[in-house]
Design a protein around this ligand. Structure first.
Ligand code: CP
Length: 305
């Protein structure tokens, strides 16, 4: 496989291989010396046309821990502002012997378009509302770490599903690994049809939360909607936000959020910082997962011993 564009493309076996490899890199990340020489001589360029804190930083750390030369490209400081096209930009950076592009773009499909126009490997770091495959992988790695397995677990994703590339990647991937996925959110922010994906749409918060092993809350993706929000932020917090009373319906659930969190909207501060929250372990898993992806694409190998 040259690229990682979406979870839609990965078989169960490929997902499990990436998670196994990430677990091995997590062990390496806990050592005093975290660096391995695996990608020495390779060049990884982070091509971000949209803002990011976690994904960009963790890809940079992942590349450096694998000894790759890692370069960060920020669209706002580049010649795209002078009218250079997306593909011309990619070809110019490719001419500097780039081996892997890590790309985030506001438009769904832009990352695939780049992958089709470069010989370098391309990793999707989030394209519009389409997919965010490494977020899905780090979500599953974190769940496995805290629950010991994936198969048979009940995972609830709550909030703005329609505009979330994180939800979409998990909808493709989780049922493939035997996870029972439930969705709940405002009717204006739910896909109209999920039957083909084997995903359940819940009618209320109680149905979503009761008996869940994992509860993932999502922020409103304001950047992908018009000015008029339906529901409003206040209504979203009131009817779809995760708070202590709602979490009590599932005492054993871990709480997840891809970040950035909006405290007091989709999740209360009390819950974001409580013992059941694994929001920061998700971020930690992100480095190991991104090392696994860069390693797999950069070496053409499927796993490490
Ligand atoms: N989860 C996530 O993609 O966060 P960033 O937007 O900060 O990268």
């Amino acid at each position: 496989r040259k690229d990682l564009i979406g979870m839609i493309d990965l078989s169960k076996e490929e997902i499990l291989h990436l998670l196994d490899t990430a677990e091995k890199f997590r062990e390496i990340n806990h050592r005093d010396v975290k660096k391995v020489p695996t990608l020495k001589g390779k060049t990884v360029v982070n091509l971000f046309f949209e803002n990011s804190t976690r994904t960009r930083t963790s890809f940079e750390i992942a590349g450096k821990r694998l000894s790759a030369d890692t370069v960060n490209f920020s669209a706002s400081a580049s010649s795209t502002a002078k009218g250079e096209t997306l593909i011309d930009t990619v070809h110019n950076i490719e001419a500097m012997s780039t081996d892997i592009f890590v790309v985030r773009h506001a438009y769904s499909g832009a990352v695939k378009f780049i992958a089709e126009n470069t010989k370098a490997s391309v990793v999707n770091a989030g394209d519009g509302l389409n997919e965010h495959p490494t977020q899905s992988l780090l979500d599953m790695l974190t769940i496995k770490q805290h629950k010991g397995r994936l198969e048979g677990l009940n995972v609830a994703i709550i909030g703005d599903i329609t505009h979330s590339r994180v939800a979409r990647s998990n909808i493709w991937a989780m049922p493939r690994l035997g996870i029972n996925l439930r969705l709940f959110g405002p009717k204006t922010m739910l896909p109209l049809c999920t039957d083909p994906f084997g995903v359940k749409i819940c009618g209320n918060m109680e149905e979503a939360v009761e008996g869940a092993d994992v509860i993932m809350t999502l922020r409103i993706q304001r950047e992908r909607q018009g000015k008029l929000l339906i529901p409003s932020v206040k209504e979203y917090a009131r009817y779809f936000g995760l708070n202590a009373a709602r979490l009590r319906l599932s005492n054993n659930a871990i709480v997840m959020h891809p970040g950035p969190i909006n405290r007091g909207v989709e999740i209360s501060s009390e819950i974001a910082d409580c013992g059941q929250s694994v929001i920061l372990p998700q971020v930690e898993s992100g480095v190991a997962v991104r090392m696994a992806v860069l390693y797999t694409l950069g070496t053409g190998q499927r796993g490490i011993e």
